[in-house]
Design a protein around this ligand. Structure first.
Ligand code: FDA
Length: 496
């Protein structure tokens, strides 16, 4: 073990970690970022860094020998494929009652997500972060996050004419005819680039169906935004394929134990670093699992009883609808959704009109709904198994299904259509087994103070989605980024 000492160590390289590292480095602090996933900066045998959704390979999944696609079936047939076990980009992490999808690699969830960059409506902010002043978020930190992330909007005239968004225009038409408000969803995809893809003047990414296993060109992941600025400071080192396994108080701060992994996921070396300050940015699941384990195993026994609590799924539930033959959704579907049906106020559901980029006409409309649900789960240490459990129950999704039905039952009745039953199994309407949006587990002003300082341990901070108590009412990464900007500004001003 080497005896390195660093002023600040950041665990994880997603949104929270990237914001913290950038602002610390800009304030003159040297930072070491530790990331369990790969760097994702080197092309594979096909000349591309990322695999396509239609041809998954070893790059696609984190340590699985078979894909676990969110849409597991098509026309009732299972579509998952055997792949070599590898430290791939998308982790489908199974707990007893839910599979939690997460990005693995330098850039975290920004590598795999749909890029929808939504700021919640201000009137709903009290449901998201009740102890945070909305004036400072909407006046300063949301605008800052949107600017840094490169959030932009589709050109409406292009939306109205391009073949690639016929599926979303069908979704809009159906929403309008049932009198649901709809919105154009801002994204971090470079819309000028997508227009070039459509014109055939640039290599295709969104229009080639790239999304879940990474986008090779047009999406502004954190690699192209915060992390590129992080590198430019010259003050930050990033260690990919390194996983933090322990944090204990030590002279000068905290002793952090890190396992180096090979691409089979096996530890090949153990390292120790002493850090004056440690920022937990391992994502809602990663941070919660670490903190729950460290409290229970005696490494950080003074963490309070809120650690592991308040976890939610952002009410995620998926479904498809079967359209009539006169309502084709198109063979070519951009992988980046950009239209949302907003029934939050009346029915507790915000539904994005999602693509089903199969390359064939499916006559299907596909939706990911974010819904209002009171259900919150807790992470606990399972000493016998030596792992962290989550007590989420699949049946809890019934609340989300009811909320989503406030939109889709009405549309089906208006259009004379039915739900698809072939996408999540055989005769199964609802994708209720998963979430893309884990939130909570180290909730702001409960496990931490109102700026993410962990109770019981000066110099330990949480800066990621685990601070948010279970919902952002829309897609979460803009809120995670804005909250991290708010908190790190305070921490730099008062704790350094
Ligand atoms: P994030 O998960 O981004 O980063 C945590 C990092 O820590 C990961 O890279 C992980 O590998 C690493 N890590 C974990 N444990 C570690 C350890 N012990 N040691 C070292 N490293 C460790 N949101 C949105 O707003 N719009 C959207 O369109 C979508 N779409 C979407 C699609 C899919 C398929 C997914 C999976 C997710 C989305 N999301 C989304 C959600 C969004 O990506 C997510 O909310 C954020 O990435 C969470 O940011 P965090 O900073 O909390 O953690």
């Amino acid at each position: 073990a080497d005896a390195a000492v660093v002023p600040a160590l950041v665990i994880g390289t997603g949104y929270g970690g990237s914001v913290a590292a950038l602002r610390l480095a800009q304030a003159g602090v040297d930072v070491h970022m530790v990331e369990m996933g790969m760097a994702w900066d080197t092309p594979g045998a096909d000349g591309k860094i990322f695999a396509n959704t239609t041809t998954p390979d070893q790059r696609s999944f984190w340590l699985r020998t078979k894909t676990k696609q969110p849409l597991s079936n098509f026309l009732g047939f299972p579509i998952d494929k055997a792949i070599p076990r590898y430290t791939g980009i998308l982790d489908a992490e199974d707990f007893a009652g839910i599979t939690v999808y997460q990005g693995r690699g330098v850039g975290g969830g920004s590598l795999v997500n749909g890029g929808m960059a939504v700021t919640p409506k201000r009137e709903h902010f009290g449901d998201v972060l009740p102890t945070v002043n909305p004036d400072e978020m909407y006046g300063t930190y949301y605008p800052r996050a949107n600017a840094e992330l490169g959030v932009n909007m589709i050109r409406p005239a292009w939306f109205d004419t391009t073949e690639a968004y016929q599926y979303a225009r069908v979704g809009r038409k159906h929403a309008q005819r049932s009198n649901f408000p709809y919105v154009f969803v801002p994204t971090v995809y470079d819309w000028n680039y997508m227009e070039q893809e459509a014109a055939g003047t640039a290599p295709k990414s969104a229009l080639a169906g790239e999304i879940l296993y990474g986008n090779n060109y047009g999406k502004k992941s954190l690699q192209k935004t915060y992390l590129s600025k992080v590198r430019a400071t010259g003050r930050v080192t990033i260690s990919p394929l390194h996983r933090v396994v322990n944090v204990v108080p030590a002279t000068g701060g905290y002793k952090v134990t890190i396992e180096q992994l090979n691409t089979n996921g096996d530890p090949v070396a153990v390292k120790e670093v002493t850090a004056a300050k440690v920022f937990f940015a391992a994502g809602s699941v990663g941070t919660s699992k670490l903190l729950v384990k460290l409290k229970a195993t005696g490494a950080l026994p003074n963490l309070n009883g809120e650690v592991g609590k308040g976890w939610g799924d952002n009410g995620n539930v998926m479904c498809g609808r079967a359209n009539h033959m006169w309502d084709p959704t198109g063979k070519l579907q951009s992988s980046i959704p950009t239209l949302g049906i907003d029934n939050w106020a009346a029915g507790g559901a915000f539904a994005e009109v999602a693509p089903l980029p199969t390359g064939i006409e499916t006559y299907a409309s596909f939706y990911l709904s974010i819904t209002k649900t009171p259900n919150r789960a807790q992470f606990t240490w399972n000493a016998a198994a030596g792992k962290v459990d989550l007590n989420w129950q699949t049946a809890w999704k019934s609340v989300s299904i009811t909320a989503a039905k406030t939109i889709f039952d009405k549309i089906n009745s208006k259009e004379g259509t039915i739900y698809r039953t072939d996408l999540f199994g055989v005769y199964k309407i609802w994708g209720d087994h998963l979430t893309y949006h884990p939130l909570g587990g180290a909730v702001l002003n409960k496990a931490t103070d109102n700026y993410g300082r962990l109770h019981g341990y000066p110099g330990l901070y949480v800066v990621d989605g685990s601070l948010i108590p279970g919902t952002t009412v829309v897609n979460p990464f803009v809120t995670i980024t804005a909250l991290a900007e708010r908190n790190i500004e305070k921490i730099i001003a008062t704790d350094l």
